[in-house]
Ligand binder design. Structure first.
Ligand SMILES: [Zn+2]
Ligand SMILES: [Zn+2]
Length: 335
């Protein structure tokens, strides 16, 4: 039996045949990055490789030592053949297919199966071993279709506007924010009513420069004193909750858009007016159908609730194990 194509070392997932890491949390010689979220893309490595549409967001994180590969294009790195395939998670997110001596492994990175106007849809890649994320790997996590949730959000905004109250939506800097912006623009005219906190502007620009259509959303601090936000919707990172920044929006109501909003306690603890269950990760049915569709003979689970899902799969005859990669456990990044 030859050595496994991928194994965990103290920097992350390592491919010995190719001498590279996937999403390492320590600086390494060569890093393949599934996507530019902070828990997957860490600065300091000598060289980075990502899918072509993900280049600009990754440069914001790690600087410009970034090479790219088009989705589906093959690259030989030492004794490994590597290709990247859409993961449907955020702009440029990729699954990494690694083939060593005819043995095929796929690392999913973060992924979702729902439609998202800001990135390419998830693609099934057959493999013998599938390393899947399992952030929302409990049966309680089931998402409504995105269109349904976005219509709820528009209704909430409209009701607030009728009452003369600004709507503030807390959403993660990369991915969720742009998904909401693009989806809103497809449903209503946002002109002059949509704003984005200053901390979101750079990533919005990176998306626009990558040919993703986003509606105009100026920084609310730059529209002049006395501006009337009573009919506006303002996107902001979750970190602004409870800070003086919120004071600018008199009688503002706050919502958060995240998979975690499925858990009622979280919404209450964060003192939110509304929680919209909108996630960039696969839900429980999404994880299951993906895992079975890859036709993998073995499944390795990372992130989140991996033990429950591993047991569920094993009981159905699919060998599965949980792999704890501690440094990936930053849940704030897992929307
Ligand atoms: Zn992510
Ligand atoms: Zn992640």
């Amino acid at each position: 039996m030859s050595a496994p194509a991928l194994s965990a070392d103290d920097s992350g997932l390592y491919c010995a045949a190719g001498d590279f890491h996937i999403d390492p949390w320590r600086p390494v010689k060569r890093a393949i990055i599934t996507h530019a979220h902070g828990d997957h893309a860490r600065p300091g490595s000598d060289a980075y490789l990502c899918a072509e549409p993900g280049r600009l967001p990754l440069v914001l994180r790690v600087g410009d030592r970034v090479q790219t590969l088009a989705y589906g294009q093959q690259l030989t790195i030492n004794d490994a053949r590597v290709s990247l395939h859409p993961a449907g998670h955020v702009l440029g997110s990729a699954q990494v297919r690694v083939e060593v001596g005819g043995d095929v492994w796929v690392v999913s990175g973060d992924y979702k199966r729902q439609a998202d106007p800001t990135c390419d849809p998830f693609e099934i890649v057959s493999c013998r071993v599938f390393i899947s994320e399992s952030t929302f790997g409990l049966p309680v996590y089931r998402w409504e279709p995105s269109g349904f949730v976005m219509n709820e959000l528009v209704d909430w905004w409209q009701n607030n506007a009728d009452a003369g109250r600004p709507s503030i939506v807390l959403s993660y800097v990369m991915g969720k924010t742009q998904r909401i912006m693009a989806s809103l623009a497809s449903l209503v005219d946002c002109e002059g009513r949509l704003f984005a906190h200053g901390a979101l502007q750079k990533m919005n620009e990176a998306y626009r420069a990558s040919s993703v259509y986003l509606p105009t959303a100026p920084n609310p601090l730059e529209v002049g004193d006395g501006y009337d936000f009573s009919k506006a919707i303002i996107l902001a990172p979750p970190s602004v909750a409870g800070t003086p920044w919120m004071g600018r929006f008199k009688r503002g109501v706050t919502a958060r858009a995240s998979g975690w909003m499925r858990v009622r306690g979280r919404r209450r603890r964060l003192a939110l007016d509304r929680g919209f269950v909108l996630s960039d990760h696969a839900d429980w049915p999404g994880l299951l159908c993906t895992i079975f569709e890859t036709k993998a003979e073995r499944v390795v689970l990372t992130h989140g609730n991996s033990t429950v899902l591993a047991r569920y799969l094993s009981e159905r005859g699919l060998p599965a194990e949980a792999l704890t990669l501690d440094r990936w456990g930053e849940q704030e990044e897992q929307e």
